[in-house]
Design a protein around this ligand. Structure first.
Ligand code: NI
Ligand code: MN
Length: 237
Protein backbone atom coordinates (compact mmCIF):
# COMPACT_ATOMS: atom_id res chain seq x y z
CA UNK A 1 0.00 0.00 0.00
CA UNK A 2 1.06 3.62 -0.46
CA UNK A 3 1.70 5.09 2.98
CA UNK A 4 2.75 8.47 1.57
CA UNK A 5 5.62 9.06 3.96
CA UNK A 6 4.33 7.21 7.04
CA UNK A 7 6.69 4.59 8.45
CA UNK A 8 5.31 1.62 10.38
CA UNK A 9 7.64 -0.58 12.43
CA UNK A 10 6.21 -3.67 14.10
CA UNK A 11 7.95 -4.26 17.43
CA UNK A 12 6.10 -7.55 17.90
CA UNK A 13 2.72 -8.44 19.46
CA UNK A 14 0.49 -5.31 19.45
CA UNK A 15 3.35 -2.79 19.66
CA UNK A 16 3.99 -0.51 16.69
CA UNK A 17 6.29 2.47 16.29
CA UNK A 18 4.99 4.88 13.67
CA UNK A 19 6.70 7.90 12.15
CA UNK A 20 4.40 10.59 10.78
CA UNK A 21 5.12 12.36 7.47
CA UNK A 22 6.23 15.32 9.64
CA UNK A 23 8.79 13.16 11.47
CA UNK A 24 7.01 12.69 14.80
CA UNK A 25 7.34 9.33 16.57
CA UNK A 26 4.26 7.57 17.87
CA UNK A 27 4.17 4.35 19.84
CA UNK A 28 1.08 2.16 20.07
CA UNK A 29 0.67 -0.24 23.01
CA UNK A 30 4.22 -0.07 24.36
CA UNK A 31 5.50 -3.51 25.38
CA UNK A 32 9.17 -3.71 24.51
CA UNK A 33 11.61 -4.54 27.31
CA UNK A 34 10.12 -7.92 28.23
CA UNK A 35 8.43 -8.56 24.87
CA UNK A 36 9.96 -11.80 23.55
CA UNK A 37 9.00 -10.83 19.98
CA UNK A 38 10.88 -7.49 19.98
CA UNK A 39 14.29 -7.88 18.30
CA UNK A 40 17.18 -6.93 20.62
CA UNK A 41 18.29 -4.07 18.36
CA UNK A 42 14.81 -2.49 18.49
CA UNK A 43 14.43 -2.40 22.27
CA UNK A 44 15.74 1.15 22.63
CA UNK A 45 13.46 4.05 21.72
CA UNK A 46 15.41 7.23 20.97
CA UNK A 47 12.59 9.74 20.77
CA UNK A 48 8.88 9.67 21.37
CA UNK A 49 6.33 12.38 20.68
CA UNK A 50 3.05 10.54 21.19
CA UNK A 51 1.88 7.36 22.93
CA UNK A 52 -1.49 5.68 22.38
CA UNK A 53 -2.62 2.85 24.65
CA UNK A 54 -5.61 0.58 24.04
CA UNK A 55 -5.75 -0.92 27.54
CA UNK A 56 -3.65 -1.62 30.60
CA UNK A 57 -2.79 -5.32 30.29
CA UNK A 58 0.95 -5.70 30.62
CA UNK A 59 1.41 -6.98 27.05
CA UNK A 60 0.22 -3.52 25.89
CA UNK A 61 1.37 -1.33 28.73
CA UNK A 62 4.49 -2.69 30.45
CA UNK A 63 6.80 0.09 29.19
CA UNK A 64 4.26 2.91 29.31
CA UNK A 65 5.34 4.50 32.60
CA UNK A 66 9.07 4.33 31.86
CA UNK A 67 8.68 5.70 28.32
CA UNK A 68 6.35 8.46 29.51
CA UNK A 69 8.86 9.57 32.12
CA UNK A 70 11.86 9.30 29.81
CA UNK A 71 10.51 10.97 26.66
CA UNK A 72 7.55 13.01 27.91
CA UNK A 73 5.24 12.12 24.97
CA UNK A 74 1.63 13.21 24.73
CA UNK A 75 -0.33 10.19 25.97
CA UNK A 76 -3.81 9.58 24.54
CA UNK A 77 -5.98 6.88 26.02
CA UNK A 78 -9.03 6.10 28.10
CA UNK A 79 -9.61 8.65 30.87
CA UNK A 80 -8.92 6.27 33.78
CA UNK A 81 -5.82 4.84 32.17
CA UNK A 82 -4.39 8.30 31.51
CA UNK A 83 -4.98 9.49 35.05
CA UNK A 84 -3.23 6.32 36.32
CA UNK A 85 -0.24 7.23 34.17
CA UNK A 86 -0.33 10.80 35.41
CA UNK A 87 -0.10 9.56 39.01
CA UNK A 88 2.94 7.51 37.95
CA UNK A 89 4.69 10.51 36.46
CA UNK A 90 3.36 11.12 32.93
CA UNK A 91 3.35 14.88 32.39
CA UNK A 92 1.35 15.26 29.17
CA UNK A 93 -1.84 13.23 29.26
CA UNK A 94 -4.65 13.62 26.74
CA UNK A 95 -7.48 11.57 28.30
CA UNK A 96 -10.53 10.87 26.14
CA UNK A 97 -13.37 8.43 25.65
CA UNK A 98 -15.10 6.42 22.94
CA UNK A 99 -16.64 8.34 20.06
CA UNK A 100 -14.32 11.27 20.63
CA UNK A 101 -11.66 12.68 18.33
CA UNK A 102 -8.80 14.96 19.29
CA UNK A 103 -5.81 16.49 17.59
CA UNK A 104 -2.58 15.20 19.11
CA UNK A 105 0.24 17.16 17.49
CA UNK A 106 0.11 16.36 13.78
CA UNK A 107 -2.25 13.37 14.06
CA UNK A 108 -6.00 13.16 14.62
CA UNK A 109 -6.92 10.44 17.10
CA UNK A 110 -10.40 8.90 17.34
CA UNK A 111 -11.19 6.46 20.12
CA UNK A 112 -13.42 3.54 19.12
CA UNK A 113 -14.96 0.56 20.84
CA UNK A 114 -13.24 -2.73 21.70
CA UNK A 115 -14.68 -5.72 23.56
CA UNK A 116 -12.17 -6.96 26.10
CA UNK A 117 -11.28 -6.29 29.75
CA UNK A 118 -8.96 -3.69 31.20
CA UNK A 119 -6.95 -3.83 34.38
CA UNK A 120 -3.55 -2.36 35.17
CA UNK A 121 -0.90 -4.05 37.27
CA UNK A 122 0.02 -1.55 39.96
CA UNK A 123 3.06 -3.04 41.72
CA UNK A 124 1.37 -6.43 42.12
CA UNK A 125 -2.21 -5.31 42.66
CA UNK A 126 -4.70 -5.14 39.83
CA UNK A 127 -6.48 -1.79 39.39
CA UNK A 128 -9.25 -0.89 36.92
CA UNK A 129 -8.15 1.03 33.83
CA UNK A 130 -11.52 2.10 32.46
CA UNK A 131 -12.84 0.38 29.33
CA UNK A 132 -10.52 -1.00 26.66
CA UNK A 133 -10.58 0.69 23.26
CA UNK A 134 -9.23 0.85 19.75
CA UNK A 135 -8.02 3.88 17.80
CA UNK A 136 -8.36 5.34 14.34
CA UNK A 137 -5.42 7.62 13.58
CA UNK A 138 -5.64 10.11 10.74
CA UNK A 139 -2.29 11.34 9.48
CA UNK A 140 -1.77 14.75 7.90
CA UNK A 141 -1.43 13.07 4.48
CA UNK A 142 -4.98 11.72 4.84
CA UNK A 143 -4.08 8.05 5.48
CA UNK A 144 -6.21 6.50 8.22
CA UNK A 145 -5.01 3.60 10.30
CA UNK A 146 -7.13 1.53 12.70
CA UNK A 147 -5.46 -0.24 15.62
CA UNK A 148 -8.10 -2.54 17.11
CA UNK A 149 -6.39 -3.18 20.45
CA UNK A 150 -7.45 -6.51 21.97
CA UNK A 151 -10.97 -7.40 20.94
CA UNK A 152 -13.32 -9.97 19.54
CA UNK A 153 -14.96 -9.14 16.24
CA UNK A 154 -18.17 -7.17 16.76
CA UNK A 155 -20.79 -5.92 14.33
CA UNK A 156 -20.18 -2.25 15.17
CA UNK A 157 -16.91 -2.57 13.26
CA UNK A 158 -19.19 -1.75 10.35
CA UNK A 159 -19.94 1.55 12.09
CA UNK A 160 -16.21 2.19 12.54
CA UNK A 161 -15.87 1.65 8.78
CA UNK A 162 -18.74 4.00 8.00
CA UNK A 163 -17.68 6.76 10.38
CA UNK A 164 -13.91 6.79 10.00
CA UNK A 165 -13.21 4.97 6.69
CA UNK A 166 -9.84 3.50 7.70
CA UNK A 167 -7.43 2.55 4.91
CA UNK A 168 -5.51 -0.05 6.86
CA UNK A 169 -6.45 -2.14 9.89
CA UNK A 170 -4.10 -3.60 12.49
CA UNK A 171 -6.09 -6.58 13.74
CA UNK A 172 -5.32 -9.20 16.39
CA UNK A 173 -5.54 -12.75 15.00
CA UNK A 174 -3.97 -14.88 17.73
CA UNK A 175 -7.21 -16.32 19.18
CA UNK A 176 -7.59 -17.17 22.90
CA UNK A 177 -7.54 -13.55 24.20
CA UNK A 178 -8.86 -11.97 20.98
CA UNK A 179 -10.52 -12.82 17.68
CA UNK A 180 -9.08 -15.58 15.52
CA UNK A 181 -8.18 -15.37 11.79
CA UNK A 182 -11.69 -16.33 10.60
CA UNK A 183 -13.27 -13.60 12.70
CA UNK A 184 -10.56 -11.16 11.61
CA UNK A 185 -11.53 -11.77 7.96
CA UNK A 186 -15.14 -10.93 8.82
CA UNK A 187 -13.84 -7.83 10.63
CA UNK A 188 -12.00 -6.80 7.45
CA UNK A 189 -15.27 -7.10 5.52
CA UNK A 190 -17.21 -5.09 8.12
CA UNK A 191 -14.56 -2.36 8.24
CA UNK A 192 -14.33 -2.15 4.46
CA UNK A 193 -10.53 -1.83 4.60
CA UNK A 194 -8.34 -2.80 1.65
CA UNK A 195 -5.23 -3.46 3.72
CA UNK A 196 -4.81 -5.50 6.89
CA UNK A 197 -1.76 -6.05 9.09
CA UNK A 198 -2.16 -9.01 11.46
CA UNK A 199 -0.84 -8.67 15.02
CA UNK A 200 -1.12 -10.26 18.47
CA UNK A 201 -0.18 -13.76 17.29
CA UNK A 202 2.77 -16.10 17.77
CA UNK A 203 4.08 -14.35 20.90
CA UNK A 204 2.95 -17.09 23.29
CA UNK A 205 2.05 -20.73 22.52
CA UNK A 206 -1.64 -19.99 23.27
CA UNK A 207 -1.81 -17.50 20.37
CA UNK A 208 -2.31 -20.00 17.57
CA UNK A 209 -3.78 -17.84 14.78
CA UNK A 210 -1.53 -17.36 11.77
CA UNK A 211 -1.33 -14.97 8.80
CA UNK A 212 -1.72 -18.00 6.50
CA UNK A 213 -5.05 -18.79 8.17
CA UNK A 214 -6.13 -15.16 7.76
CA UNK A 215 -5.20 -15.23 4.06
CA UNK A 216 -7.27 -18.37 3.60
CA UNK A 217 -10.22 -16.89 5.50
CA UNK A 218 -10.10 -13.73 3.35
CA UNK A 219 -10.19 -15.90 0.22
CA UNK A 220 -13.10 -17.93 1.57
CA UNK A 221 -15.04 -14.68 2.02
CA UNK A 222 -14.17 -13.59 -1.52
CA UNK A 223 -11.96 -10.77 -0.28
CA UNK A 224 -9.03 -11.57 -2.53
CA UNK A 225 -8.60 -7.87 -3.41
CA UNK A 226 -7.66 -7.13 0.22
CA UNK A 227 -3.92 -6.86 0.72
CA UNK A 228 -2.68 -8.68 3.80
CA UNK A 229 0.67 -7.22 4.86
CA UNK A 230 2.53 -9.85 6.84
CA UNK A 231 5.25 -8.06 8.79
CA UNK A 232 8.16 -9.57 10.69
CA UNK A 233 8.89 -8.21 14.17
CA UNK A 234 11.38 -5.38 13.74
CA UNK A 235 10.41 -4.79 10.11
CA UNK A 236 9.58 -1.30 8.83
CA UNK A 237 7.29 -0.53 5.91
NI1 NI B 1 -5.48 -7.62 26.79
MN1 MN C 1 -3.12 -8.55 24.69
Amino acid sequence: MNLNGIKITWLGHATFLLVTPGGKNLILDPWITSNPATPADKKKIDKLDYMLISHGHSDHFADAVDLAKKHNPKVAGMYELCTFLQKKGAKQIAPMNKGGTQQVGDIKVSMVNAHHSNTIDDDGSSVPGGEPCGFVIEFENGVKLYHAGDTCAFSDMQLIGELYKPDVALLPIGDYYTMDPKAAAVAVRMLGVNHVIPMHYGTFPTLTGTPAALREALQTLGLSEVEMIEMKPGQTI
